[in-house]
Design a protein. Structure first.
Length: 133
């Protein structure tokens, strides 16, 4: 019997031209194809479809890295200011350069989650602007 090799969920990196945006704790890339109904009642009782436009989105959750010195950085504010910006994103797993996804996307959402005594987590959502390659 053949065995299947799988990726482990570690070193999920979301980056742009300036470097890593996030070392993800979790990452979801969602690619969708819309469908267009082509059938009509005169063609029978079954519906037929063709493919329409494609779209993609990316969401990521990661831990917020504290600045080297408290007065030198504002990681939450810097992350929040990403909303409304456009990015050329690259998604890679474990440094496999041959197995990456690239695309331009708009940052549409920022969420921070913090509970007393636990690490602060941040979530970013991106909506693809054009093809994902």
């Amino acid at each position: 019997t053949a065995t299947m090799s799988t990726y482990k969920g570690r070193n999920l990196i979301i980056s742009d031209a300036n470097g890593a945006l996030a070392a993800s704790k979790s990452c979801t890339v969602n690619v969708q194809a819309k469908t267009i109904e082509t059938g009509s009642p005169t063609q029978g009782k079954w519906t037929n479809y063709i493919f329409g436009l494609m779209s993609w989105s990316l969401s990521t959750t990661h831990l917020v890295k504290a600045p080297a010195a408290p007065a030198t950085g504002h990681p939450l504010r810097d992350l929040a200011l990403r909303v409304g910006q456009s990015y050329d994103l690259t998604v890679s797993v474990d440094g496999f350069a041959a197995d990456t996804l690239h695309g331009s996307a708009l940052c549409t959402s920022f969420k921070v989650t913090a509970t007393r005594g636990n690490l602060i987590q941040c979530s970013l959502e991106f909506k693809g602007n054009g093809p994902l390659q």
